[in-house]
Write a protein that binds this ligand. Structure first.
Ligand SMILES: Cc1cc2nc3c(=O)[nH]c(=O)nc-3n(C[C@H](O)[C@H](O)[C@H](O)COP(=O)(O)O)c2cc1C
Length: 211
């Protein structure tokens, strides 16, 4: 082989070696990027829904004559928990209760003695009520036989969550008078005979007997 031909062969070999190395790096980068996206999505799903949402205390129907209700609910990521909780509140307002509404956080009132009923609401995450509501119950520590309604939402698997809520309320001397599990992605007819979760919650509020 002549000198010129040898040089061309060496150049071609170098070119192919370089492209293979670049391709390997690109594939490696894509794999690492995929792993990072997976970890971030997993962390988002684990952390964000469980984060406390700070809100003030809103009073609805301040002139109500039937009594006073405190509603503490964790809104979750979608609007589902808020929608069903507010539907329940609408029912209570219709039977003339004053309703104070807030979300569970370290700033939420634990002074519950002036209320006739406490409503605790939260989405189900990993077969348990959302952490902020659990932490709130633990902060109250002693419900002193207070009547409690729990509104637990879920995609369609809430049995364990309902049981955990019952245990928490029992451990803190609360009196659970109604447990309302509501599903966003499974038919509610199985339990209530009607499908619309908001309508079920509204009816439950309207027909609630606090005694
Ligand atoms: C991380 C995570 C875990 C969940 N675990 C459950 C579960 O165990 N059972 C269930 O029925 N739904 C589960 N869900 C669905 C939520 O409870 C459902 O969407 C809820 O009604 C509204 O909460 P969201 O607004 O935060 O989605 C889960 C949702 C997320 C994001």
């Amino acid at each position: 082989m002549k000198k010129k031909e040898r040089l061309i062969v060496i150049l071609i070999i170098n070119y192919y070696t370089l492209t293979i190395m670049i391709k390997k790096r690109t594939v490696l980068k894509l794999i690492l990027g995929g792993i990072l996206i997976f970890i971030m999505t997993f962390a988002f799903l684990l952390v964000v829904p469980q984060m406390e949402k700070l809100t003030g205390l809103e009073t609805i129907n301040p002139e109500g004559k039937s009594g006073k209700v405190l509603v503490v609910y964790h809104p979750g990521v979608s609007s589902f928990q808020k929608d069903v909780t507010m539907s329940f509140v609408r029912g209570l307002v219709e039977i003339d209760y004053v309703v104070d509404i807030t979300t569970p956080s370290s700033k939420t009132t634990t002074e519950i003695a002036n209320y006739d009923l406490v409503v605790l609401g939260a989405p189900t995450y990993g077969f348990a009520p959302a952490k902020p509501i659990e932490n709130y119950i633990k902060r109250v520590a002693d419900f002193k036989e207070m009547r409690i309604v729990s509104i637990l939402t879920g995609a369609g698997s809430t049995d364990e969550s309902v049981e955990k809520m019952k245990e928490l309320i029992l451990m803190t001397n609360g009196r659970l008078i109604k447990s309302l599990p509501l599903w966003s992605s499974a038919p509610n007819e199985e339990i209530y005979g009607i499908s619309d979760a908001k309508q079920i919650a509204y009816k439950a509020g309207l027909e609630l007997e606090i005694n």
